[in-house]
Design a protein around this ligand. Structure first.
Ligand SMILES: Cc1cc2nc3c(=O)[nH]c(=O)nc-3n(C[C@H](O)[C@H](O)[C@H](O)COP(=O)(O)OP(=O)(O)OC[C@H]3O[C@@H](n4cnc5c(N)ncnc54)[C@H](O)[C@@H]3O)c2cc1C
Ligand SMILES: *[C@@H]1O[C@H](CO)[C@@H](O)[C@H](O)[C@H]1NC(C)=O
Length: 431
C-alpha cells in the first residue's frame, strides 16, 4: 500500500481516470498527477466526451445491477454528480422485426429489473406498440411491433459536463494535470528492475511516481503491451439531429428510447438543441496487422458514420419521430471504447510490476454509468493486501483463460457482426 504522500500518476482523464483521482484525494492521497493527451477536458479522445450516456441499472447479471444501483445513489446525492443526472426513464424495447437473440436479451434485462427489490416498483410493462404510442404522446411514430418495458429508475447523464465537473473538483482538491500532445501524452511507462519508476511524456520529460495507474481507455494496450488482445479497441457510431428551440422544448422529458435492433436516442440537449442517436450493432475494430491487436485510430479517421449505421438510425427515427427521419445528421463520429471478451472490466495490477502499475480499463462500452464510483474500486485495490484484485472477474486475464472464451460478439447483449474500420471507411478518410 503506498504512503498517502507517495507520488501517484494517473494516465488518462476519461471517466475512469478522473473518478480515480477524485476517490484517491478523498482517501487522503496528496500527490496525484493526471496526464491527458488532449489539451482539454472533456478530452476529445474520451469515450465519455459526449452529450449523454445511458444510466441504466438493470443488467442480466445481478453483480453489475447492484453496482449500478449504488452508482445511481451517488448520481442523485453527490453534489459533484447530481447536476448531470436526469432520471427520465429508459424505454427498453425490441422492434417487430428484431432477431430472436436480442428479444431474449431484452427479456432478461426486464426480468432483472422486475426481480430487484430497489428497481421493481419502477418497471412498467409495455407489451404492445399501441400501449407505447398511448403512453408517449410526444412521439408521433407508430412504434411498429415494438414491445418491452419502461424503467423509471433509469435515465441518462450529461457525460461531457460530468467530466468537466469532476475535473474542476479534482483540481480544487490539489490534483495536478498535464494536458496536451506534448506535456500530457504519455509515451511510455519507465521501469527499473521490473518496477515502474514513472512515465515519459511525448516532450521527453520524465515524471517520477511509485504507482502508475493506466486509465487510458481503448488505448491502454499502447502503454501496457502485454495486454495483447485482452482489450480490443472497438467503436460504435454517434450522430445527432439539429433541432430548433421549439422542437427541443417539445421533446423535453422523453425517456431514453432504445430498440435493441435499431439503437437508441435521448432527450435533446437544451443548450445545443442536439438530439443524440446511437445505432449500436456489432461495432468496428481497427486491427493492426503486425500485432493482431486493435488500437483506436485518429479523430480524423473516426469522423464519419458508416452507411449501415445511418440506415439504422433513420429507421429508429422513422419508428419514433418520423418528422425527423430525413433530416441531415450532424456531428457524426465513431466513439472508441475498450472491449473485453466477457464485458467485464479489468481493474488489477499488471503482472510482474511488483505492484507498481495498475490497469483500469475494459469498460466494454458500459462503464460511464459507474463514473461516480469506479474510482473507489481502484482505491480498494490499492488498499487491499497481496497486490491482487479480490473480485475474480476484474482480474488481469492470463492468456490461458483466453482460449475458453471468444471475443465480445458472443456476449448476449451484442447484436450483429464486428467489422474492420477499413471495410466501412469512406475512401477519402483512408490515408
Ligand atoms: C458510442 C458509445 C456509447 C456508449 N454508451 C454508454 C452508455 O450509454 N452508458 C454507459 O455507461 N457507457 C457507455 N459507453 C461507455 C463509456 O463511454 C466508457 O465506459 C467510459 O468512457 C470509459 O472510460 P475510460 O476512462 O476507461 O476511457 P475514456 O473515457 O475513453 O478515457 C480514456 C482517456 O485516456 C486518454 N489517453 C489515452 N492514451 C493516453 C496516453 N498515452 N497519454 C495520456 N492520455 C491518454 C484519452 O485521451 C482519454 O481521454 C459508451 C461508449 C461508446 C463508444
Ligand atoms: C510529489 O512527487 C514528486 C515526484 O516524486 C516530487 O517531485 C514532489 O516533490 C512531490 N510533491 C509533494 C507535494 O510531495
Amino acid at each position: 500500500m503506498p504512503e498517502k504522500s507517495s507520488p501517484i500518476i494517473i494516465v488518462g482523464a476519461g471517466a475512469f481516470g478522473l473518478s480515480t483521482a477524485l476517490h484517491l484525494t478523498q482517501k487522503g492521497y496528496s500527490n496525484i498527477t493526471v496526464f491527458e493527451k488532449d489539451n482539454q477536458i472533456p478530452a476529445r479522445y474520451s469515450a465519455a466526451n459526449d452529450l449523454n450516456k445511458i444510466v441504466r441499472a438493470e443488467y442480466e447479471d445481478d453483480f453489475y445491477t447492484d453496482l449500478t444501483v449504488k452508482a445511481i445513489e451517488a448520481w442523485k446525492s453527490n453534489p459533484i454528480f447530481k447536476p448531470h443526472f436526469h432520471q427520465t426513464g429508459f424505454l427498453h424495447c425490441v422492434s417487430g422485426t428484431c432477431p430472436e437473440k436480442a428479444v431474449g436479451t431484452m427479456k432478461r434485462f426486464r426480468a432483472a429489473a422486475e426481480r430487484h427489490p430497489k428497481i421493481k416498483s419502477h418497471v412498467v410493462p409495455l407489451d404492445k406498440d399501441s400501449t407505447i404510442r398511448h403512453r408517449f404522446w410526444q412521439f408521433n411514430g407508430q412504434f411498429p411491433g415494438w414491445n418491452g418495458y419502461l424503467n423509471q429508475f433509469d435515465g441518462y447523464a450529461h457525460s461531457a459536463n460530468a467530466l468537466a465537473g469532476v475535473y474542476r473538483a479534482t483540481q480544487a482538491a490539489g490534483v495536478r494535470f498535464f494536458l496536451g500532445e506534448q506535456n500530457g501524452a504519455v509515451q511510455e511507462i519507465l521501469y527499473s528492475n521490473g518496477k515502474a519508476t514513472g512515465v515519459k511524456t511525448a516532450n521527453g520529460r520524465v515524471h517520477h511516481a511509485s504507482l502508475v495507474i493506466v486509465a487510458a481507455g481503448a488505448a491502454a494496450g499502447k502503454l501496457v503491451s502485454k495486454l495483447g488482445t485482452q482489450i480490443v479497441a472497438k467503436s460504435w457510431s454517434v450522430a445527432h439531429v439539429q433541432l430548433t428551440d421549439e422542437e427541443t422544448s417539445a421533446l423535453r422529458s422523453i425517456p431514453v428510447t432504445y430498440a435493441r435492433d435499431l439503437g437508441f436516442l435521448f432527450e435533446p440537449d437544451p443548450k445545443t438543441n442536439l438530439l443524440k442517436l446511437c445505432p449500436m450493432g456489432g461495432g468496428f475494430v481497427n486491427t493492426d496487422p503486425a500485432s493482431g491487436v486493435s488500437y483506436p485510430p485518429s479523430l480524423e479517421q473516426s469522423a464519419f458514420l458508416p452507411k449501415e449505421d445511418e440506415e439504422r438510425i433513420r429507421k429508429l427515427l422513422a419508428h419514433t419521430l418520423p418528422a425527423l427521419a430525413n433530416r441531415p445528421l450532424v456531428h457524426k463520429f465513431l466513439c472508441w471504447f475498450a472491449d473485453t471478451s466477457d464485458s467485464d472490466f479489468i481493474i488489477d495490477y499488471v503482472p510482474e510490476t511488483s505492484g507498481s502499475v495498475i490497469l483500469l480499463s475494459g469498460d466494454s462500452g458500459h462503464g460511464f454509468k459507474m463514473f461516480p464510483i469506479v474510482g473507489s474500486w481502484a482505491g480498494d485495490l490499492i488498499e487491499s493486501s497481496g497486490n491482487q484484485q479480490a473480485i475474480p472477474r476484474w482480474r488481469w486475464k492470463t492468456p490461458a483463460a483466453k482460449g475458453s472464451t471468444s471475443w465480445g460478439g458472443d456476449v448476449s447483449w451484442r447484436l450483429g457482426d464486428t467489422k474492420e474500420l477499413s471495410e466501412v471507411q469512406p475512401r477519402k478518410a483512408k490515408l
